[in-house]
Design a protein around this ligand. Structure first.
Ligand code: AMP
Length: 218
């Protein structure tokens, strides 16, 4: 039986990076509802027009819409050998719907919860800098510019994005917690295969290896 890996983790935990790395390693598709919705908005489809305003407020798109998108996506042949779900489910109603679809498709749910200390996340995100001229991204801790807070390409003084400040990040972390705690409860109650992985320390590659080792025992 193939696995559907359900990735959970707060913003700034490196969840997206891990999902991409593991999809590549395991040779299975990485399915991000955020990416799918953004593509629809960019393409100006009917669905895109419906979700645009909701997404720009940072609110959740209605369950029926994302459920339908995911039901169709999981029916594609490339999911038969398994898949990585990133950003879905976000609510208990979505988790219940997903359980039915996975059963129908013969996929086994495996939950990976990437935990990172919130202070580490705040430190990581507040260290982000951007060049206002060319858009290049830096991180004062993990990817610093050669010269003190100036762009390597054009020497422009770097800036911090308005939403990369501590109060905004703490607010996003609280919102994430409110959304995700019921999901964690749901998966615990269902006694699903559930792994907790610390993403506090180590390069993305090391963390990916840790997750792969756990999945081998799943
Ligand atoms: P993300 O890239 O995962 O942060 O998602 C970006 C936006 O897409 C979110 O803020 C929501 O508006 C929408 N979205 C993505 N996934 C879901 C989901 N599972 N349920 C509801 N809305 C979602």
């Amino acid at each position: 039986m193939s696995d559907a890996l359900i990735f959970l983790g707060p913003p700034g935990s490196g969840k997206g990076t891990q999902a991409v790395l593991l999809a590549e390693r395991l040779g299975i598709p990485h399915i991000s509802t955020g990416d799918i919705l953004r593509e629809q908005v960019a393409a100006g489809t009917e669905l895109g027009r419906r979700v645009q305003a909701i997404m720009s407020r940072g609110d959740l798109v209605p369950d029926e819409l994302v459920n339908e998108i995911m039901e169709q996506r999981l029916a594609q042949p490339d999911c038969a050998r398994g898949c990585i779900l990133d950003g879905y489910p976000r609510t208990t109603a979505q988790a219940e719907f997903l359980a039915g679809v996975l059963e129908q498709r013969g996929l086994r749910p495996v939950v990976v919860n990437l935990t990172v200390d919130y202070n580490v996340i705040v430190a990581r995100i507040t260290a982000r800098r951007q060049c206002p001229a060319c858009g290049a991204s830096y991180n004062l801790i993990t990817n610093p510019p050669r010269e003190d807070e100036r762009c390597d390409r054009d020497g422009t003084p770097l800036v911090t994005r308005a939403d990369d400040t501590e109060p905004v990040i703490r607010q996003r972390l609280e919102a994430y917690e409110r959304q995700t705690l019921p999901l964690l409860d749901y998966y615990r109650r269902k006694a699903a295969r559930f792994f907790e992985v610390s993403g506090d320390q180590g390069a993305p590659e090391e963390i990916a290896q840790r997750i792969l080792a756990l999945l081998r025992q799943a």
